[in-house]
Design a binder for this molecule. Sequence first.
Ligand code: FES
Length: 551
Amino acid sequence: MQIHFLPDNRTVELSAGESLLTAARRAGVELAAPCNGAGVCGKCLVRVAAGQSAPLGKSRHFAPAGSLLACETTAVSDLTVEIPRKKETGLQIHNHGATIEVELAPAIRKHYDGANTQIFAGAELLGTEAGDTTARVFGAVIDIGTTTLAVGIIDLLTGEEAAGATGLNPQTSYAQDVLGRIHFASGDGGLAILQSAVVAALNALIGEAADAAKIDTAQIYEAVVSGNTCMLQLALGLDPAPLGRHPYAPFFAGNETRPAAGLRIAPFGQIYAPPNIAGHIGADIVSGIVATDLAARRGTTLFVDIGTNGEMVVAQDGKMVGASTAAGPAFEGMNIACGMRAAAGAIERVNIEGENFQLRVIGDAPPVGICGSGLMDLVGELARCGVIDGGGRLGGNRDPNAYAAKILAERGRRVDGKARLTVADAVYLSQKDLRQVQLAKGAIRAGVDLLLKNAGVAAAAVDEVIIAGSFGYHLRAESLLNLGLLPRELAGKISFAGNTSKSGARLFLLNHAERARAAALARAVRAVNLAEDESFQTVFIAAMAFPAARE
Ligand code: FES
């Protein structure tokens, strides 16, 4: 059967029993499928404009009227399929992070011999340019997140960021989380698809930043690429399969330079990949440890990079223990009925005063959905007000306070027998959404509890908590406590450091010696693999509970 896709105007053959998602991928048509066809995310929505389609087995997810899930639909005749192109505007991705000051001593240097300019990385000659080009020496810092990408072009003569750009990691269209990517990469051509997708997106961002700074990308001689171990391996075209199974090794140790590998910088330029700590604790955390000077802090500091993949380190006067847990896509608004990225129209802040909901919407646009930070706020507020009980049930409290009862009476309803809460005209929270939030926050909390236990630290003994990550930057300390994502004992000790994966990468670009220091710090972190901890499941289930209501 012939499947014709609009608006891309592409046609492919589809065999009986194959899904429209398979057809879209075969046609090279972009179609978001964060759950990689598992039928749970509800994001692969299409409209059949002509021809006859049929469901593939039992539908596992609700599709709005007139739409179908491409991963759950096949064709019984030639089809014309429309893919809705909803452009997300005003996407909020945090592009900066806390940092320390370092002496300007980059690996890259130039020498003009009176006729030409040689470009060196340390003692190694990388290339030559005609004339005297010593006044223009640039590098790039790159953070490859599981969901977002951040790029900065740095002037290596001043250390200043000339311009930056951010965007989505297009790999999310194939699989939303790390395990999903490992699985996709193990399929036919999967690794090449994921590598070329992310390199193409990075090149577009490098181009965008270079244009903004009026810089020729050929004068960017080195790129420092930070991210978790899996993201780095995918970007370098290294098979991530061992990261998905015990003993989660070998993994790419990092702390090495490689040729530019298709990146849009000087053709003879190089990539530096910082050290990884373990298969599940990557260079993004090492960058964060260096950027926040974690090892030099006195007392006990908990560092948590909150995102689709939650990575964390506890440092006690320099002694460090690290771990990570898979939080899943709820933090990015995925697998959430009205979930969306942090773009225009997304509810990003929720405050409940009495029975009134105060909403802040990105771009001051009419609310059309809710993003991760809005979701954390909302559920934290509902727990604080007693609208949900400890088990996460909407209206589960037998004796709700007056406000909670009023909120449930005014905003609560049942659809297809399932509880929902209206947040705004076009936005609601379902009981299933609450479960997704419980899974995500439970994973981070379980990680924190077990990490502290492994390090022999009581929560009350923690002096400081640093929340890192582009996503983490948009969160409120009070919401993290109301959700029980962090123990209440940490109240008043929480600060936000932003994108330390990127700000740490900048330090490796500006000062060559920071690389060796980072490698030593990475080796000094005792990595705990929570997937092997027998008590993880029990701790995780307890961590899914919400704290009791607080007036
Ligand atoms: S890819 Fe179809 S529901 Fe997720």
